[in-house]
Design a protein around this ligand. Structure first.
Ligand code: SF4
Length: 364
């Protein structure tokens, strides 16, 4: 039964969920490797939860993630949200819960979507979060920020930082990935505007995230342009997750990936660009394996409170950092690897691309 809440007339109820205490969801449990490659989903991998249980989490260590609306100006090839519910969260209702979370110690949030930069309620949500002393990073494709005034409005509302998802580093590749033409001048102006805000000190964090696919591997030299910005962003390179069989074609050939990454990282190191990598087996990164974000997540048991809009109710889901990696698995060859407990391994959907010559277990 869904937990009853105090509601305004006409508001949508909240449904509470928590990750099921299943040993196969524990990254230290070998049975995890026998799971299929789907990410945990509501109804199968989550149990019903309640206001009380959510408020009882260690919220001083928690992060709140709000998918405010699934409307977006792009239709990226790897995105599974394009055809989902178009209703936004019922913010006045959700705000009551967020206020309680803040009183219980929550201080960090991510505003995501969809595209929060084009959602008309985002400034209000950001202002409310700031008034509750919650620092919020906006996860955005950022193209709307080519209009400096629009960016200033979102910053003034109370944003602490931006993680800008750059789809590719030339306009033809961006169109291939997103289905929409975005001139080079437009995305570069947008990034310049974010960088200026960081230079002015109006935001604390400016990062660029790139989802690496076979369609964008050749555009990575375009990242060298980031060196020309007044303040360079932190770069996060995320290997695309092939969560459907059709998406396997989006995963770059690992040998090509390995050789291109080595020369890319050489240049980034020379330029002093701060970068992190996610979703890649550590042995593909070689001596740069400490750059992997996954190794932190595998031992990250800090709570996440994830709020998603639904058709007839909004959903509040509790889980921890390691859950992000549950789609991955490891080969038998990994068994002797000294980094096995820190490595995401190889996604089950593309294991056929890897062999034992490619995966060289770390020793000692
Ligand atoms: S051998 Fe396996 S566990 Fe070790 S770094 Fe490579 S993919 Fe990861």
């Amino acid at each position: 039964m869904v937990q009853k809440t105090h509601r305004r007339p006409g508001s949508r109820p909240l449904a509470f969920w928590k990750i099921r205490p299943d040993p196969s969801l524990d990254p230290t449990d070998e049975s995890r490797e026998r799971r299929d490659s789907r990410a945990p989903i509501r109804g199968r991998d989550y149990d019903k939860s309640s206001w009380n249980e959510i408020l009882n989490l260690d919220l001083t260590r928690a992060a709140l993630i709000i998918d405010a609306s699934y409307s977006c100006n792009y239709h990226c090839v790897y995105c599974n949200l394009a055809s989902t519910n178009q209703r936004p969260v019922d913010w006045p209702q959700v705000r009551i819960l967020v206020k309680a979370l803040a009183l219980a110690g929550l201080r960090r949030a991510v505003l995501s979507g969809g595209e929060p930069g084009i959602f008309k309620e985002s400034p209000r949500i950001l202002a409310d979060l700031a008034s509750l002393k919650i620092k919020t990073t906006v996860l955005t494709n950022g193209i709307w920020a080519k209009d400096e005034g629009r960016l200033e409005k979102i910053v003034r509302a109370g944003t602490s930082g931006f993680l800008v998802s750059v789809k590719a580093f030339d306009e033809e590749s961006i169109e291939r990935v997103t289905g929409r033409r975005t001139p080079d001048a437009a995305w570069r102006t947008a990034l310049l505007n974010f960088s200026r805000q960081k230079e002015l000190g109006t935001i604390e964090y400016f990062g660029v995230n790139h989802v690496l696919t076979s369609a964008t591997l050749e555009t990575l030299a375009g990242t060298f342009w980031l060196d020309a910005l007044p303040v360079r962003p932190q770069v996060i390179l995320s290997l695309v997750e092939p969560y459907t069989s059709e998406m396997a074609a989006l995963v770059p050939d690992p040998r090509e990936l390995q050789s291109r990454l080595a020369s890319l990282f050489d240049v980034w190191d020379r330029l002093g660009i701060d970068y992190r990598v996610e979703g890649m087996p550590l042995c593909l990164l070689g001596q740069r394996w400490p750059r992997s974000k996954d190794r932190q997540r595998l031992s990250d048991h800090a709570p996440r409170v994830f709020i998603q809009p639904g058709q007839d109710r909004d959903h509040v889901m509790a889980f921890t950092g390691y859950q992000r990696l549950l789609q991955f698995s490891k080969f038998p060859v990994c068994a002797g690897c000294a980094r096995r407990g820190e490595c995401p391994g190889v996604h089950k959907g593309v294991r056929h691309l890897y062999d034992e010559r490619l995966l060289r277990p770390f020793r000692g």
